[in-house]
Design a protein around this ligand. Structure first.
Ligand code: NOJ
Length: 737
């Protein structure tokens, strides 16, 4: 697969811009203007309308009528090459101006071959994993007629109660930006008109992940400094990677809904960043301006959303309904309408929709190929995080005579896929139980009991689980969350293990057998209690179609886990929002001093910090060296460190570099990730890892909204997580000194 991606990239680089029918931008602009001149107001408003298909992928009868009238710019959820082509034909051959429909779908972590959830892929600390997922997903989705994915979701999430933390890259803007770039490149390639690529959509603009109390769709209140320094960077990275579209979010931002917010949609996105693609609203978010209490009626909702910069309206129909009267009454200028149409047509031309409106029905037969399944298995393995491994319980031997596999998620295929499964199907997935059965020696007897349900109880189940465990040499316990316990509209106020799973784990642990817990979940969990009870904890996340074999690869040592946490695991839900890159406060936590920032009943620190993860081997970092003790504000600093594998297995370490700006005009976080490298080392092998820090890494957005490096002292940490590590410091000197 790597070879394939490389070949595709080289081909795209080597061939002229028009290889797939993509047009030079002057031609695009000319054709957009020519078409715009011929359009009626109704046809223009039609381009701004996106309607929903049936959940299983069919178009609705109404779509055909609207398509023929030239009043349907886009649909979502309609998929399958034949269905897409039928509806496309009505637009392309049956309408006056023959403008093709753009077919969108949520392809978040795979289309038919489901990869690990994005949060898991962030744990790989390897953007190539996310890029390959997106490239495979684009290939499969485009074969099924999908031309546009509502991904990547690049929302920073600092509160694990929020179920949509599963869909993004976690809490860090630097890691989030690297993954945003990788996903956009994977979906779109260098030219999204290529037949195996799809148009991407950065969402949810803006700060949707800051939902108060972690409750989905809730209000957000974020300062401009935090917006610019924390929530915006992954979106900006997506723009820099060439993302074609944005989605405006459902939340309000300090009282102004994101789907009618001129600051985010026009000032920042268009004026400052120069984005020339289009913005689609989130589902009915234009209509929801009324429920926000921001406008009194549909006409005002349409006026405010469109003039703020939301070009396409998803599902609600207020633009079409109220547009004509708004233009007639001069309450909205037709120039605003023209600009929105221009942006949408521009993207349609760039996508090659006019040259190649139809899907190639023959291609759809090749989904779920063995190559794609291999890529999904590898991605899952690289995403797993070993949280605990006392006494070296893991990896397990493959030839134990009796092995107990216990837990409500061991056989569950749907749970492996998580939320947003595209067209993925549970029956395509290999369960963890089956993955283990296939991996062990034929002589090993694998016994299985559910033990309990994910939620709710069953003490009989626990008794049965204890019984089989007593007959076994080791226990693998598969616990976590069901597939619908994270994702959209799936926030939880208690993020411990649900139901009686902790009790099951404790009772089994009391038997004293070597026991390893495999966690299947879509968010950081509060694992206090479980961690103490068990010797080994492997965070497998929702690992996708190949979750079973991938878990077995790690449990039996075929793959040495090297993932690291992309989001903090708290001790207790009451600590949320908990994230490593917090401010110091004037009274930083000091457990010996009451009058410092902390709780009476739980330490301030996390159970497992951001960036944390173990390996079956040991790594040592040494010889931290800086190219200078001071640099000018526009200077660059080289940092190098040696990493050595001094254990007995080959393995991967993620070397992480953090900085702290000790005095700035806006207080900066206690640590900020500014570099990471995942390196693979053979036993005994050492390597020097190099980083470079320049204005981009050392600067931040000050209160006036400008990006700047401020002179002063910086600390630097290089380590294997966001805690500890080797330390150094350096000065940034004023210009001209
Ligand atoms: C609502 C979700 O918030 C968004 O992420 C998704 O793309 C749309 N629905 C379309 O399914």
């Amino acid at each position: 697969m790597h070879g394939f991606i490389l070949a595709a990239v080289c081909l795209t680089l080597a061939t002229p811009w028009s290889a797939w029918g993509a047009l030079p931008s002057a031609d695009v602009e000319r054709r957009v203007e020519a078409l715009l001149r011929r359009m009626t107001v109704a046809e223009k408003l039609g381009q701004l309308q996106q309607l929903d298909g049936e959940a299983e992928g069919a178009a609705r009868p109404e779509h055909f009528d609207l398509a023929r009238q030239g009043r349907l710019g886009s649909v979502l959820n309609v998929r399958g090459a034949r269905r897409v082509n039928e509806l496309q034909k009505a637009a392309v051959e049956g309408s006056r101006l023959n403008i093709p429909i753009l077919f969108g779908f949520d392809v978040i972590h795979g289309y038919r071959t489901v990869f690990p959830i994005p949060l898991a892929e962030a744990a790989s600390f390897d953007p190539a994993v996310a890029q390959r997922d997106a490239a495979v997903a684009a290939d499969e989705a485009s074969a099924a007629g999908v031309r546009w994915t509502f991904a990547p979701m690049v929302d920073i999430a600092r509160d694990a109660r929020w179920g949509r933390i599963a869909e993004g890259s976690g809490e860090d803007p630097y890691l989030g930006s690297a993954l945003a770039r990788a996903r956009v490149q994977g979906f779109q390639g260098l030219d999204y008109s290529a037949p195996d690529k799809v148009l991407a959509c950065a969402k949810h603009w803006a700060a949707y992940g800051a939902a108060e109390a972690g409750r989905d769709y809730n209000t957000t209140e974020v300062s401009e400094s935090t917006l610019r320094n924390v929530y915006f960077p992954p979106f900006r990275a997506a723009v820099q990677a060439g993302v074609g579209t944005f989605m405006s979010a459902l939340n309000d931002l300090g009282g102004v809904p994101s789907s009618a917010n001129p600051f985010t949609l026009t000032q920042v996105l268009r004026k400052e960043w120069g984005f020339d693609g289009f913005v689609v609203s989130d589902y009915t978010s234009v209509q929801e301006l009324i429920a926000h209490g921001f406008v009194a009626d549909g006409s005002e909702a349409a006026r405010k959303a469109l003039s703020a910069g939301v070009d396409m309206e998803m599902v609600s129909r207020l633009y079409g309904e109220h547009g004509p009267a708004l233009f007639k009454a001069k309450r909205l200028s037709e120039k605003v309408l023209d600009e929105a149409v221009r942006r949408i047509l521009r993207v349609k031309f760039r996508a090659g929709l006019f040259e190649r409106p139809y899907a190639d029905e023959a291609r759809e037969k090749f989904l779920l190929s063995s190559e794609n399944l291999r890529a999904a298995r590898e991605a899952a393995g690289r995403s797993m995080v070993l949280l605990r491994n006392k006494d070296g319980v893991l990896p397990l031997a493959k030839d134990l005579d009796v092995l107990a596999v216990i837990g409500p998620l061991a056989e569950d295929k749907a749970a492996l896929l998580g939320a947003w499964t595209g067209d993925g199907r549970a029956q395509d997935a290999v369960s963890i139980l089956d993955g283990i059965r296939a991996a062990v020696s034929p002589k090993t007897q694998v016994m299985f009991a559910r033990g309990c349900e994910v939620q709710g109880g069953g003490s009989e189940g626990i008794a049965q689980a204890l019984e089989i465990a007593r007959k076994s040499r080791a226990v693998i316990l598969v616990l976590g969350e069901g597939p619908d316990m994270s994702g959209e509209a799936s926030s939880r106020s208690d993020i411990g293990l649900p139901g009686r799973q902790l009790e099951l784990a404790r009772r089994l642990a009391a038997l004293g057998l070597p026991t390893a817990v495999v966690l299947v979940n879509g968010r950081p969990l509060a694992l206090t209690g479980l961690a103490e009870a068990t010797l080994a904890l492997l965070e497998a996340w929702q690992p996708g179609t190949q979750g079973g074999p991938a878990v077995a690869d790690v449990l039996f040592g075929g793959v040495n886990p090297g993932g690291k946490l992309p989001a903090t695991f708290p001790r207790s839900v009451g600590q949320e929002p908990l994230y490593y890159n917090h401010k110091s406060t004037g009274r930083p936590t000091d457990e010996t001093n009451k009058y410092t920032s902390k709780y009476l009943d739980v330490p301030s620190s996390p159970l497992y910090p951001f960036g944390y993860g173990l390996s079956y081997t040991d790594f040592v970092l040494s010889d931290l060296s800086l190219s200078a003790g001071s640099i000018p504000v526009d200077g660059r600093l080289k940092v190098s460190v040696q990493v050595e594998n001094n254990g007995r297995r080959a393995g991967d370490e993620v070397v992480q570099l953090y900085i702290r700006d000790l005095a700035a005009s806006v207080a900066r976080p206690v640590r900020e990730l500014k570099g990471f490298q995942r390196v693979s080392l053979a036993p005994g092998e050492a390597r020097v890892v190099e980083f470079e820090l320049g204005p981009e890494e050392l600067g931040f957005y000050a209160l006036d909204g400008r990006f700047q490096v401020e002179p002063g002292r910086f600390h630097l940490f290089v380590g294997d997580s966001s805690v500890g590590g080797l330390e150094a410091s350096f000065m940034v000197l004023p210009r001209g000194s």
